[in-house]
Design a binder for this molecule. Structure first.
Ligand code: LLP
Length: 446
């Protein structure tokens, strides 16, 4: 996934780097809950998210920022995992949210996160979305172009309000991540070109519908190096000084998200290092700071449970292990060739002799492949396994391709588990489809 090639860790390494996973004689546990129990009771495929792990990770970010004496607000990036149960839990803990659509805004409202704690990002907000955001009193709208700024001002004037706005700046910094998730390079569609930002800020300050608050930046996702952040924040700091020297106030700097996690052997990004960089580059500016982390918070807290449908080995140099999860569930491997750890769920399977296999789903595409030439204990029909680090950009990116129902979702907290979304039924796959009379089957559908 990153531009660093992933060196496949062995099973013992995976257990060491994933400290919330423990292997006991009863099997693999996530945050003290036996995953085979969930797989057996709920069936597979099934997403499992440890809410306690999510809260611990958020606390780690908070503590790192506090230790660096930073006044920073954490706005969880809803796109990483948008289940209302998670959002309402985070809302209760006082966190804010970073959203990119009316759908996400509506979820945060259903989850009870006050509108004032919402940041609205995104390169193409519709007029309706802007109206809704201003109407609900969203705390900050991050504007990504001169055109969008003009539109927001017009809408706000029409509503008799002022929209609280920060300019999202594209600092033209290489985050050294996968090309599909880098956002801070000049040729990317995101943000206002760095060289235009100061003039546009001065313009924004004169617009009747705009309450200009400051700057935002977000240079990409799954970032494992700290230097790109340093470069981006140094550029934002220079902008703050520049516009202030013109007599314009700057109240906020939104530092974006992007912290990377340890899918393979690369160590995950450290919030403490990020805090240090923010303090060095932005700490002296006397602004309200914000962060928009998604993946780092929820990614390692989730697994996708699956079961082996069959081994296809006759005539194959390397056997195919066909599992009941597929690219419609977890898209990341086929979309970005992302690497996810795989662990068997029982202690007994974990001890079987190792073999090289291709782990694939049943969908009719060759890209429906989770792992190639992966060294795993010899797994058989009906054996269960976990795909690791799927708490972020997992269930949210699922589809029903090949008419495969959306998988069930479960959360773990305080050593117990609960279903938070049952497996979609077959009938739900077509419940909103309309069959015109001319197409109606002669024998009515059940
Ligand atoms: N803020 C903005 C404006 C963003 O666009 C994103 C992610 C975030 C915050 C959160 O970034 P994070 O902390 O999660 O890296 N589907 C891809 C990731 C796409 C990220 C999109 N933007 C994947 O599976 O890797």
């Amino acid at each position: 996934m990153s531009t660093h090639p992933i060196i496949a860790p062995n099973l013992a390494d995976l257990l060491t780097t994933h400290s919330h996973l423990t292997l006991t004689s009863a099997g693999l546990m996530l945050d003290n809950v036996l995953l085979t129990t969930i797989a057996d009771k709920v069936g597979t495929p099934c997403w499992v998210l440890g809410i306690g792990i999510v809260l611990q990770r958020l606390q780690r970010i908070k503590t790192a920022m506090q230790a660096a004496e930073l006044n920073i607000r954490i706005h969880y990036a809803v796109k990483a995992n948008d289940h209302c149960a998670l959002l309402s839990r985070l809302g209760k803990e006082g966190y804010g949210a970073d959203i990119v659509s009316f759908g996400e805004l509506a979820r945060t409202q259903k989850a009870g996160i006050p509108a004032q704690r919402i940041l609205f990002s995104g390169v193409g907000k519709t007029e309706t979305e802007i109206e809704q955001a201003i109407g609900l009193g969203v705390g900050q709208i991050n504007v990504e172009s001169a055109e969008e700024l003009a539109l927001i001002s017009t809408i706000a004037v029409r509503l008799g309000k002022k929209a609280p706005v920060a300019l999202r700046v594209n600092p033209d910094v290489d985050a050294h991540t996968h090309s599909k998730i880098t956002t801070g390079l000049a040729h990317n569609k995101f943000g206002i070109p760095f060289n235009d930002a100061a003039a546009l800020y001065a313009h924004a300050a004169r617009l009747p519908g705009i309450d200009i608050l400051g700057f935002a930046t977000h240079i990409g996702s799954q970032i494992l190096e700290i230097d790109p952040y340093r470069a981006a924040y140094a550029r934002i700091a220079s902008l703050v000084r520049d516009v202030r020297s013109q007599g314009l106030p700057v109240y906020v700097v939104d530092c974006g998200g992007g912290l990377g996690i340890a899918y393979g052997t690369d160590p995950e990004a450290q919030p403490e290092a990020l805090a240090h960089v923010i303090r060095t580059e932005l700490g002296g500016l006397d602004v309200q700071l914000a962060l928009e982390p998604g993946r780092w918070v929820v990614g390692p807290a989730g697994v996708l449970l699956s079961r082996v449908i069959l081994r296809k080995e006759q005539g194959m140099a390397v056997p195919f292990l066909i599992i009941d999860a597929a690219m419609n569930d977890l898209l990341r491997p086929s979309l970005y060739e992302a690497w996810h750890g795989i662990l068997p769920l029982t202690a007994e399977t974990m001890q079987r002799p190792l073999e090289r296999v291709h782990v694939v789903g049943p969908v009719c595409e060759s890209s429906d492949c989770f792992a190639q030439n992966r060294l795993l204990p010899k797994l058989q029909h009906q054996d269960t396994l976990a795909l690791l680090d799927t708490g972020a950009y997992g269930s949210v990116m699922s589809s029903t391709y090949n008419s495969r129902p959306l998988a069930a979702c479960v959360v773990i907290e305080n050593n117990t588990w609960e279903i938070i979304r049952p497996r979609q039924s077959i009938e739900e796959l077509w419940h909103d489809e309309i069959i015109p009379t001319s197409c109606a089957p002669s024998t009515p559908l059940a």
